[in-house]
Design a protein around this ligand. Structure first.
Ligand code: C2E
Ligand code: CA
Ligand code: CA
Length: 641
């Protein structure tokens, strides 16, 4: 029987090709890839050593003598090391850092013993020897080589199964595939020593890693050629685990939507590629493209961090105009700097913080630099605590509901209420509703809050149905996510019916921004609500950029004019004229008008003279808890009788 070296040749070709592609690509320089490279090089050396060793073994007549012993010893050494390196690979992936020397020594004890045996083998012949007459002869302890491989692979399999959650589904799947492939190679060769399949199994295992976890393209953003989010997560987590300090700068091109509109998608792509090129030229491999609009720079040098910040300001100076698809455009950006980003824990947190910093910018068409400091960090941590508390508050229904009465200028009494949520934190105190509502919207928790509060309104009305003899309706705020539910109208109608609340008792408020953005989808929902007798109110008119044309197609009967339009109307003539004409125009279109945020008598008199129908503001009443509201309305009822 002669040795079949075809498998070995195939293994060498596969491994050399992998190394060729891997080294030729711009690849991620993280621990995972470094270990992979080490693994692949070791694999190549192993198969090459096996190839030459087999050549010596099969040609005893060629008289290689010492060279044959030497190359076969090297081959045995590599064979002993390979299963151990795979084990270290798993340990490193689990801890996100190189295995400590202590752990390595501990888990490497069997391998160390085997290495000792291999190194002393030329004198003992326990594993193999070269007999002048018979050539290569297996020693009595020859099988130890196989046992060592099987022992390590079994141990690796156990660890993979125990750590499957932390390693993640994709890695576990790949690792198990590798174990099966390379274990299969070992077992085939154990059963038939003339089929040299061990090295072949190793090469297939490394190939599996190359096309999955260590695929150089997986870390690259295909549009810009920069590193992507996946790599940032790996690199960030690795640096944090290693206790290394690093600094982050994110570049957020917040007007990409606008750029896409004027320059088309191709123009938008061009801008992203150009930005990537400029960032690449400035910071080389430290630049990432994280999401469509967001780039990131990661550096461990403070000097570099400051230099990059200065240079980025110049790159995104709004005075620089670009010619994109024959249109001259500027690319304003929000540049956020985070010093010692490792303090945030992981890359997910870092990006959340960057987003928080970006949210502090007015996004008014200029390029702005926002740097992390104590105050911004405290604001971020406050929001995080609120986010955490929202989960508890939802689970335990800890929200409260206040009602702000709305005054009718004609009837001179309160005619409707707005239900407003309140949340008290045991340590942070009262949390501003705009703050927790925004956080709830971002975390997709708002639907649950709306449901809890809507049931609360229904319960309250069911208990105090008599109130509705004085009132037209109760206004309830809906968020965009509430409206995006597929069963939106039937869902809220079902709740009202469950409590036996007449549909006309409820009027939903939708902000102008939501009404503009979700116009088409909203129309269907609004029609279903209207058919069921439920009213609609346009909230915050004048606070954003409502598209009146689309807004007017929706069945609103009431328009609430935002408090911001009220500013200075008693002194600024232009503002007064604008407010008055808004009232006049909407009246002509048969809408009822509520003025929001009226605080002073002066404001109240001024807008009343313009014929505003209703007034909601501290001047008449702040939002009140149930008990106080009931007292106020009872007083009003008594006066009227
Ligand atoms: P909004 O819907 O515009 O509600 C009116 C806000 O103006 C309320 O703030 C109210 O307290 C405040 N306000 C009323 N009169 C005056 C005044 O004279 N001066 C001043 N400075 N403010 C006045 P609040 O309760 O803090 O709520 C803020 C925002 O949070 C609300 O604005 C609404 O967008 C949102 N919100 C509150 N509760 C809920 C809720 O249950 N669901 C949803 N989706 N949003 C809610
Ligand atoms: Ca409202
Ligand atoms: Ca409002």
């Amino acid at each position: 029987m002669i040795y079949n070296i075809d498998f070995l040749i195939a293994a060498i070709v596969i491994l050399l090709l992998i190394l060729w592609y891997f080294l030729g690509q711009k690849r991620a320089e993280d621990l995972n890839n470094q270990i992979f490279l080490f693994f692949a090089v070791l694999g190549v050396l192993d198969v090459i050593a096996e190839f030459f060793s087999t050549y010596c073994i099969t040609s005893p007549e060629s008289g290689f003598g010492i060279a044959a012993v030497f190359i076969t010893t090297v081959f045995y050494l590599l064979q002993a090391l390979l299963p151990f390196t795979f084990l270290c690979y798993i340990l490193s992936m689990h801890d996100n850092k190189l295995v400590s020397t202590k752990k390595m020594l501990l888990s490497g004890l069997p391998t160390l013993g085997l290495i000792g045996l291999i190194l002393t083998n030329p004198f003992t012949g326990k594993l193999f020897c070269f007999d002048p007459s018979r050539g290569y002869v297996k020693g009595p302890w020859y099988l130890l080589m196989y046992y060592n491989a099987i022992l390590h692979l079994t141990f690796a399999m156990l660890l993979i199964m125990i750590w499957r959650k932390k390693l993640g589904f994709q890695r576990v799947k790949v690792f198990l595939e590798i174990l099966v492939i390379s274990g299969g190679g070992v077992i085939i060769q154990l059963l038939n020593p003339f089929l040299l399949t061990t090295g072949f199994g190793v090469s297939l295992g490394i190939l599996a890693l190359f096309i999955t976890i260590n695929n150089p393209y997986a870390n690259m953003d295909s549009l810009t050629g920069l590193y992507n989010h996946l790599y940032l997560t790996r690199k960030g987590n690795e640096l944090v685990t290693a206790g290394r300090s690093f600094h982050i700068i994110t570049v957020y091109l917040y007007q990409m939507k606008h750029i896409n509109k004027i320059a088309g998608i191709q123009g938008g792509d061009f801008v992203l590629r150009l930005t990537a090129r400029k960032l690449g030229a400035l910071c080389g491999r430290k630049a990432f493209h994280i999401t469509g609009k967001r780039f990131l720079i990661l550096t461990s040098s403070l000097k570099e961090y400051e230099y990059y910040l200065d240079e980025l300001k110049k790159i995104f100076d709004v005075n620089i105009k670009l010619n994109v698809e024959n249109k001259s455009i500027t690319i304003p950006a929000i540049i956020s700097g985070i010093l010692h980003a490792e303090k945030l824990g992981d890359s997910g947190r870092i990006l959340e913080y960057a987003e928080y910093l970006e949210s502090l910018s007015p996004q008014n068409g200029l390029t702005e630099v926002i740097q992390d400091d104590h105050q911004t960090m405290n604001g971020f941590l406050y929001n995080k605590r609120v986010e955490q508390y929202l989960h508890t508050a939802i689970a335990e229904d800890l929200f409260e509901l206040y009602y702000q009465p709305v005054y009718s200028t004609q009837e001179k009494r309160f005619v409707t209420l707005e239900a407003l949520s309140r949340l008290h934190h045991p340590e942070l105190g009262w949390i501003a509703p705009d703050v927790f509502i925004q956080i709830a919207e971002k975390n997709h928790l708002i639907e649950q809050i709306t449901d809890l509060q809507f049931c609360r309104v229904c319960r309250f009305l069911k208990e105090h149905g008599k109130l509705m003899e004085q009132l037209l309706n109760v206004k309830v705020n809906l968020s965009s996510l509430d409206l995006m539910r597929t069963d939106c109208s039937s869902h809220f109608i079902r709740i009202m019916d469950k409590y036996g609340i007449p549909h006309e008792w409820i009027q939903f408020e939708i902000t102008e921004t939501v009404a503009t953005e979700y116009n088409a989808g909203l129309r269907r929902v609004a029609e279903e609500f209207t058919a069921a007798g439920i009213g609609f109110c346009l909230d915050d008119f004048g606070s954003g950029y409502a598209n009146l044309n689309t807004v007017m197609r929706l069945p609103f009967s009431v328009i609430k004019v935002d408090r911001s339009l009220l500013f200075d109307i008693c002194r600024d003539e232009k503002r007064a004229i604008f407010y008055e004409s808004v009232v006049e125009t909407f009246h002509k279109m048969n809408y009822h008008i509520v003025s929001e945020g009226v605080e002073t008598q002066e404001e109240m008199e001024q807008i009343s003279s313009w014929g505003v129908d209703m007034i909601q503001g501290y001047y008449f009443s702040k939002p009140l808890p149930e008990k106080e509201l009931l007292e106020l309305l009872k007083k009003q009822d008594n006066i009227e009788r």
